[in-house]
Write a protein that binds this ligand. Sequence first.
Ligand SMILES: Nc1ncnc2c1ncn2[C@@H]1O[C@H](COP(=O)(O)OP(=O)(O)OP(=O)(O)O)[C@@H](O)[C@H]1O
Ligand SMILES: [Mg+2]
Length: 343
Amino acid sequence: MSARDTDWEGVRLHVVTGKGGTGKTTVAAALALALAGRGRKVLLMEVEGRQGIAQLFDCPPLPYDERRVAVAPGTTHHAGGDVYALAADPESALIEYLEMFYNLRHAARALTRFGIVDFATTIAPGLRDVLLTGKAAEATRRKVNGEFTYDAVVMDAPPTGRISRFLNVSSEVSGLARVGPIRSHADTVQRVIRSPLTAVHFVTVLEEMPVQETLDGIAELRGLPSGGLQLGGIMVNMVRPVPLPGDDLGKAAGGSLDAGELSLALKAAGIDDEAVPGGRSALAVSLATELAGYAREALAADGQRRRLAGAARPVYELPRIPDGIDLAALYRLAESLREQGAA
Ligand SMILES: Nc1ncnc2c1ncn2[C@@H]1O[C@H](COP(=O)(O)OP(=O)(O)OP(=O)(O)O)[C@@H](O)[C@H]1O
Ligand SMILES: [Mg+2]
């Protein structure tokens, strides 16, 4: 196993954001598996009430409870570790919070029954966020008998458009609770989120819009008042293999790939096809057209890579898995993240 050391030594809470549909849930799961690789225990947490993790690991919907969903493969030097998963929701987080700090489980249940939690989180959306980030911070810091319960927590977080608001909760909540328990809870959460314990990773694909969102999101987090929020890496997802070596790529994209040469190559490979005027085979002509499409795509992808490089963050690339994402594919993505030093 050639995995090198992680680029994120000391990070215990990995927040994974990105444009919708670029693979946040998939990459968060792969990162959790990668982190679990060296015999570690990792919590993968979702906060959007979508049950994306259960679908991904092909298990029944997750309750508000930490369940083991996968075992990471071990290496020559380490046994495999475990990935636990949690689907967090604000109601359960509030009940748990009130019970943990005030022993108020029954009162809290009554509050939920009368819809008061919904009401409160509607008039103070920041409260919702602080309950969810609070759960992540709690799991990150939790210790039993002096030992951390989890070596790392990975959060499948809201998309880029909402992430800075989601994480920068203290100013939001302050209107509702300038002093008192919610305030100090929010402050504790902020201390975890704005510390070297936390890193925010961005998932993107090599296309104009998601790349723009990534660059905007990074700029926004960099501009947060009082700073202290650690930017993580850029995980470039669904990367397609480049169809041709460098020189030919430009030629193919420009439509000047020599179809005559292709015809000869096809003939040499024993693929004989009917000739069209000019002596080239029909197959070679359509192949050249198809290659031109792929080549243009590959060149455009390189352009997006250059834009991402401007953000000056570590970049990790994950292949597009042609047959879709199953557990085996997740292991493959996890392995790739480890090899590149993301975990
Ligand atoms: N590397 C990959 N190769 C192939 N398919 C992928 C890859 N990564 C993700 N997908 C597929 O792309 C789709 C979107 O992925 P995913 O659900 O992880 O994105 P998301 O950003 O979490 O989406 P949402 O914004 O809806 O939460 C899924 O069908 C997933 O299986
Ligand atoms: Mg998702």
